[in-house]
Design a protein. Sequence first.
Length: 149
Amino acid sequence: MNYCWHYTTGRCFRGIVETAAILTEDATTDIIIDGIPGAVWFSTRLDFEPTALKMDCTSIEEMVRRHEGLVRFGVPLNAAFLLTWEQFKQRCTCRKKILKSLERVAAKRGSNVKNFRASLEPVTWEQWAAVDVYDEGQWARVKITRKTE
């Protein structure tokens, strides 16, 4: 199966598992740009999505050290809830100049917006098809089980 990946830190991983959902960015950050809907971001990149690198880090290894590891959540590439970058842009009401700026930043970081996918709704536990942990330079599949009360 082909996946799109949501890359996150080990620190954020705990919260995602506790809520059993990956929340949209407008629910998890104070930085909101008017006219750009909150989304859960995914990438078709298999190694790592450069735009997921935290601002205080210059490499994946540094991010692993500073942010308690690196985790990725996979959903099927053809999941109906995923929008391509072009589809996402159509949902935006901000000035085109802002979207062009985001595209330039992505390119500067070594990314390609054609790899981006977005969900405008939280992505729940049931939608996760795979979870991988970055371990010594490689992605390793892990199984996560929910506690039942």
